[in-house]
Design a protein around this ligand. Structure first.
Ligand code: MN
Ligand code: MN
Length: 349
């Protein structure tokens, strides 16, 4: 019919107004693609270098090396999602808008496929190395703790001839010679890093060890390497603040820069149940977050990982939330450094 006009239901309903449209970054984090804090997904190292990125998030969705509960392969995505605020964010603890001060991107995931441990470690190493070589600080989302072997090795290579130390939060020392004969297990990465020379034993500081593993001969080996550690028992007796004071002094005593490795099981399983090897009697979430702010504020951070978040065991997403904040606290502490005129990026030689 010639006189029949096309219906305008939008106008009839009042939908034809000039609505404000938000950017991908400003939108709620549950809208659109899943990147860390809605940050740009930039996987090309040349583009990461061109943007002068300060911090690059890297996913290591790998759990083929777990000894008990699996599921950490789903960790990177869960950690990326565990944030209800969007945009520049405002750290109330540090008084800084970290994502406004620093250039941060999500560099995507290592090219991992299931059931192939050697290839997974190789491609995690490759990914972290190409990101770190741009001068950006890689913050790696695990994955089981075995990923620290390739990840910290890559950072050590990029920082060479400078040396890196490791500050390692964990219920477990992860220094076994092998687990059931497997060298690349998540119970062995710190042993591999010392043996390869990537990190000198005397530049290793561990915090939060407790429970019933590893056996005494492993501690004998650690002692022989000059490793330093702070048992949970010491935190109970002296308090986290005093123990972290000592850990910072030890971290500064030797290496040129520090790689921070956070096994989320350092937090008490009552506050972080979603992990592969839960060990009762751990640190409070707030103690760990404060420790990260203090350590990153004090040392030259070369790289970081947050590992062992297993979403299938994580009711109410509390563990992923804690891990997300571990990352944000580090970024915020770096932003404070930058705002004060300090150096954050590494300028490769
Ligand atoms: Mn561990
Ligand atoms: Mn552990």
């Amino acid at each position: 019919m010639a006189n029949q006009t096309r219906p305008d239901y939008a106008r009839a309903a009042g939908w034809d107004r000039d609505w404000e449209v938000f950017s991908d970054y400003e939108l709620p984090t549950y809208v659109g693609p899943t990147t860390f804090s809605n940050l740009p997904w930039v996987t090309d190292p040349a583009e990461i270098a061109r943007r002068g990125v300060d911090v690059a998030i890297v996913g290591a969705p790998f759990d083929d090396a777990t000894s008990h509960r699996p599921g950490a392969r789903f960790g990177p995505r869960a950690i990326r999602e565990a944030q209800s605020a969007s945009g520049a964010l405002n750290s109330l603890q540090l008084g800084v808008e970290p994502l406004g001060v620093l250039t941060v991107v999500d560099a995507g995931d290592a090219n991992v496929v299931p059931s192939w441990m050697e290839r997974g470690h190789a491609l995690i190493h490759r990914k972290v190395r190409e990101v770190a070589a741009t001068g950006a600080i890689p913050i790696v989302l695990g994955g089981d703790h075995s990923i620290t072997w390739p990840s910290a090795s890559a950072v050590a290579e990029v920082r060479h001839p400078g040396t890196i130390g490791i500050v390692h939060f964990d219920a477990h020392a992860d220094t076994a010679p092998d687990i059931f004969g497997v060298l690349g297990s998540h119970g062995t990465p710190m042993r591999r890093l010392v043996e390869s020379g990537a990190v000198a034993g005397r530049n290793f500081v561990q915090v939060g060890l407790r429970g019933y593993w590893p056996p005494p001969d492993v501690f004998d080996w650690m002692r022989g390497q000059g490793m330093r550690w702070h048992l949970m028992r010491e935190i109970e007796e002296r308090g986290a603040e005093a123990v972290i004071d000592d850990a910072i002094a030890e971290a500064l005593d030797g290496p040129d820069s520090v790689y921070l490795s956070i096994d989320i099981d350092v937090i008490d399983p009552g506050m972080a149940p979603g992990t592969g090897t839960p060990e009762p009697g751990g640190m409070l979430t707030r103690e760990v977050l404060r420790a990260i702010r203090r350590i990153v504020g004090a040392v030259d951070l070369a790289g970081m990982d947050v590992v062992e978040v297993s979403p299938p065991y994580d009711h109410a997403e509390v563990t992923a939330g804690a891990a997300n904040r571990c990352v944000l606290e580090a970024i915020s502490a770096l932003a404070v450094k930058r705002a004060a005129g300090g150096r954050v990026r590494h300028e490769p030689a």
